[in-house]
Design a protein around this ligand. Structure first.
Ligand code: BTN
Length: 230
C-alpha cells in the first residue's frame, strides 16, 4: 500500500479516477488530491472536499475475493489508530464513519469493479476534515482536526501514518477477518442492545453486522443498511 503515490492539485474525485484507470496502475497505488471538485460519499451523497482536507483513494487488485466491507474496516480502524497515536479519542459510527464529540471527522467509501463474480479491483476512498473550513450548514454534524487540536496539522504526515497503520492491519487481518471485526466493534458508538431512533421510530439494535444492523421495532425485526438520512 502506497509504494506508488499519484498526487493531483485538483481532481473531480480520487475514487472515480482509480475506478476509470485501475488497469494502468498496480495493486496498492494511492491517489491523493489537494481538492476534489465532485467528491462523493456513501449513497451517492456529495462529499465536500476543499483544500486543507485529506482526500485519497487506494487501489487493490485482489487475487482472491475479500468482502468489500473488509477494506472499509481496515481503513476506518487505521484512521482511528492514527488519531489515537495523536492522543485524540475517536469512535466509529456504524458502519465506518469516524466521529469525535458527536460530529463526523472522516468517512470511508469502498467500491468494487467486478467481472461476473470476480473482483478486478477495489477502490477505497478516505476523506478527512483536517485544516479545511466546515461549511456553516454542516457545522453541527461535521468537525475538523484543526478545530479539535487548535492548530494546523500536516496532511502529509497524516496520510503517511494512516497508510502505515492500514498496511499493518491489512497484513495482520486479511486471513483473520473476524478478529478485525471484533476490534472495529470495540470502537463502534453503537452497541447491541442500544435503543436508537430511525425515521422517527424507536428500535433496539439486536445484532450489529459489518454490512447491516438488525433492529427490533416493537417485535418486528428489520434489516437496516444505513443510519444516515438520505
Ligand atoms: C462517506 O462517509 O460517505 C464516505 C466519504 C468518502 C470520501 C472520500 S474523499 C476521497 C475519495 N474520493 C471520493 O470522491 N470519495 C472518497
Amino acid at each position: 500500500i502506497g509504494e506508488k503515490i499519484i498526487s493531483f492539485e485538483s481532481i473531480d474525485s480520487t475514487n472515480r479516477f482509480l475506478k476509470e484507470n485501475y488497469r494502468f496502475y498496480p495493486d496498492g497505488t494511492v491517489v491523493v488530491a489537494l481538492e476534489q471538485t465532485s467528491g462523493y460519499g456513501r449513497n451517492g451523497r456529495h462529499w465536500h472536499s476543499p483544500r486543507g482536507g485529506l482526500w485519497f483513494s487506494v487501489l487493490f487488485k485482489p487475487r482472491k475475493s475479500l468482502e468489500l466491507s473488509f477494506y472499509t474496516r481496515v481503513f476506518s480502524v487505521a484512521v482511528v489508530k492514527t488519531l489515537e497515536n495523536m492522543k485524540i479519542h475517536a469512535n466509529i459510527k456504524w458502519p465506518n464513519d469516524v466521529y469525535i464529540n458527536g460530529r463526523k471527522l472522516a468517512g470511508v467509501l469502498s467500491e468494487g469493479i467486478f467481472e461476473g463474480a470476480k473482483p478486478l479491483a477495489v477502490v477505497v476512498g478516505v476523506g478527512m476534515n483536517v485544516n479545511n473550513e466546515i461549511p456553516a450548514e454542516l457545522k453541527t454534524r461535521a468537525i475538523s482536526l484543526k478545530e479539535i487540536t487548535g492548530k494546523e496539522i500536516s496532511v502529509v504526515k497524516l496520510i503517511e501514518s494512516i497508510l502505515k497503520n492500514a498496511r499493518v492491519i491489512f497484513r495482520k487481518y486479511s486471513k483473520k477477518k473476524e478478529a478485525l471485526t471484533r476490534i472495529w466493534k470495540r470502537y463502534l458508538l453503537q452497541k447491541e442492545g442500544d435503543i436508537i431512533s430511525l425515521e422517527g421510530k424507536k428500535g433496539k439494535i439486536v445484532k450489529i453486522n459489518p454490512d447491516s444492523l438488525l433492529i427490533d421495532f416493537d417485535g418486528e425485526i428489520k434489516k437496516v443498511y444505513s443510519l444516515s438520512p438520505h
